[in-house]
Every structure is written in structure tokens, then in C-alpha cells.
Design a protein around this ligand. Structure first.
Ligand SMILES: *[C@@H]1O[C@H](CO)[C@@H](O)[C@H](O)[C@H]1NC(C)=O
Ligand SMILES: *[C@@H]1O[C@H](CO)[C@@H](O)[C@H](O)[C@H]1NC(C)=O
Length: 283
């Protein structure tokens, strides 16, 4: 009897312990689960050469000051962009292309802010970044888009009495932009297909031609735009009274050169005659 009673109470005791134990595991679990690592869901967009912040933080805020914080770029080799441990950057394992270009906000780690700044961002920095905090087994991703832009240039490739062919070219774009032609009232002009060439640096050169009637409008705009990076660059050209301003400037320059050449020839010739005349006098 006594033996059985003991047995029962032991079982009760064990069940009770197990219950408390589970409760504790659960509460620890809840505690660990409480802070989530949250990075920007919006892609971060920057232009080549800019400084950029990839925002990530622990929510609710807990200190990450004494934890290892790993920023990596999946697919990169070595993949470590910035690893912070024992209060410093583990420079030895950092991918060399990020040397001296990254920082965490060490003063803000206390508030759970593990954002990383990249200086002088490059087109090759584009992609998905992973932030990982091993102590809480939390990871999150943030996408960086890096654009590159440049101003277009317009050239007159042919002129007849009625028509002018204009060519617009713009080098050094990323991602691939589109080219539009607009008339003086901002209306879209039908243009030929855009030619696109991608250089070894990964940047795009685009060009497009348009044929315009001289009488229609005097002002034309070439617009190069890239929607992902929300960038637009434009160039205007004015064709006034059948003359085109830019080539007219060139023509002026050429007539000055021609005038100078004639002037120098005349001076040299005069000097030569003069010399011969005196030479003849002396002999
Ligand atoms: C983290 O720190 C950076 C740099 O000071 C700041 O721009 C960003 O807003 C901070 N993020 C949060 C969530 O406080
Ligand atoms: C795009 O850029 C223009 C001016 O540069 C700005 O007014 C606009 O808010 C931007 N749009 C987005 C979606 O960033």
C-alpha cells in the first residue's frame, strides 16, 4: 500500500517537474522569438558613387552590442561583406572588394540597430544581402539596386532642305534605359528602334535616331529614362530657320580657323617678298 502511494506521488512529482520544465522552455522560446530581425522590405536604390544604408533592426529592440552580426552577399566568394564580432570588424574574412567601404553603427547596436552602410557604392554591389545574428538565429534579407546614369548627346547626322536626321546617344547607363524623342510641345515622336550595346564594365550605351520635318517644330528633346532607379536625363536641340544651332557654332569655328590660316599665309608671303626685295638690293 505504502509502496504504491509513494509511487503515485513520485509520478505526480515527475509530471509536475516536467510541466514546469516545459513551461520554462516555452517561456525561453517565447523570449527568444520575441525579437525579430527586420530589414527593409523595399529595395534600396542608389546611384553608383553614392553612400547607402541597408536598414535592419531587431524588433522589439534588444542589444546586439555583444553579439556577432554577419552581413553576407549570397553568391559572392568569399561571401562576407561585414562581420562584426567582439566590438570590431573581422577584417581578415571580409571580401576584399568591400575593404574600407563598410561600417555598422556601433553606437546603435545597443538599440538593436544592425544597419550597414556601404560607401561609394558600385554597380557590382547590386544584389541581395543577408543579415544574420547567430545568437538569436535570426536572418533577414535586403535588396540593393545600383544605377548608373549619364547625359545624352544629340548629333545631326543628315540635313536636306526638308528633313533633319537627329541621333541621340547616351553612354554609361545601368540598368538598361529607354530612349524617347519629344517635340517642342512634349509630344512623343515616332523614332527608329533603340540600339543598345553593353560594355565590358556592364554599362549600357543606347542610341536612337529620329527623322523630323523642319517645318513641324523647332525644338526637339531626347529623353533617356530608367524607371527602376527613377532617373531621367534629357538634351534639347533647337533648329531655327532651317539652321541648326550646334553645327552653326561649328561652322563659325571653322571659318575662324580658315581666316587665321589665310592671314598667316599672306603674312608669310609678304615677308618672303620683302626679304627677296632687300636681298636683291644688297647684291
Ligand atoms: C539605424 O542607424 C542609422 C544610422 O544612424 C539610421 O539611419 C537608421 O534610421 C537607424 N535605424 C533605426 C531603426 O533606428
Ligand atoms: C522620382 O524622382 C522624382 C524627381 O527626381 C521625385 O519627385 C519622385 O518622387 C521620385 N519617385 C519615386 C517613386 O521615388
Amino acid at each position: 500500500m505504502l509502496h504504491l502511494k509513494n509511487d503515485v506521488s513520485f509520478r505526480d512529482f515527475r509530471a509536475c517537474c516536467t510541466f514546469i520544465f516545459l513551461l520554462q522552455i516555452q517561456s525561453v522560446g517565447v523570449f527568444l522569438e520575441q525579437s525579430k530581425l527586420i530589414c527593409s522590405h523595399q529595395p534600396i536604390v542608389a546611384l553608383a558613387g553614392d553612400d547607402v544604408i541597408l536598414p535592419c533592426h531587431l524588433e522589439p529592440a534588444i542589444s546586439a552590442a555583444h553579439w556577432r552580426v554577419e552581413w553576407t552577399k549570397p553568391g559572392l566568394d568569399p561571401q562576407y561583406v561585414h562581420v562584426h564580432q567582439d566590438g570590431r570588424l573581422l577584417y581578415e574574412i571580409q571580401n576584399p572588394s568591400y575593404n574600407f567601404r563598410t561600417r555598422l553603427f556601433v553606437d546603435e547596436l545597443e538599440q538593436g540597430n544592425v544597419s550597414m552602410k556601404i560607401f561609394r557604392v558600385r554597380v557590382s554591389d547590386e544584389g541581395k544581402y543577408r543579415c544574420f545574428i547567430p545568437s538569436v538565429q535570426e536572418e533577414a534579407f535586403v535588396h540593393l539596386s545600383v544605377g548608373s546614369v549619364s547625359s545624352p548627346v544629340i548629333e545631326v547626322t543628315s540635313i536636306t532642305s526638308r528633313r533633319v536626321v537627329l541621333q541621340c546617344e547616351s553612354k554609361g547607363w545601368y540598368p538598361e534605359p529607354e530612349v524617347l524623342w519629344l517635340d517642342g510641345e512634349g509630344k512623343l515622336l515616332p523614332a527608329g528602334p533603340t540600339e543598345t550595346v553593353r560594355g565590358p564594365d556592364g554599362l549600357y550605351t543606347v542610341s536612337s535616331r529620329v527623322t523630323v520635318e523642319k517645318r513641324h517644330s523647332n525644338s526637339f528633346t531626347c529623353r533617356v529614362q530608367q524607371k527602376i532607379i527613377n532617373q531621367t536625363r534629357e538634351r534639347h536641340i533647337d533648329i531655327t530657320g532651317g539652321f541648326i544651332e550646334h553645327p552653326a557654332e561649328d561652322a563659325d569655328r571653322w571659318s575662324i580657323v580658315l581666316f587665321l590660316v589665310i592671314f598667316i599665309v599672306v603674312v608669310l608671303f609678304a615677308f618672303l617678298c620683302y626679304s627677296i626685295f632687300f636681298f636683291n638690293l644688297q647684291t
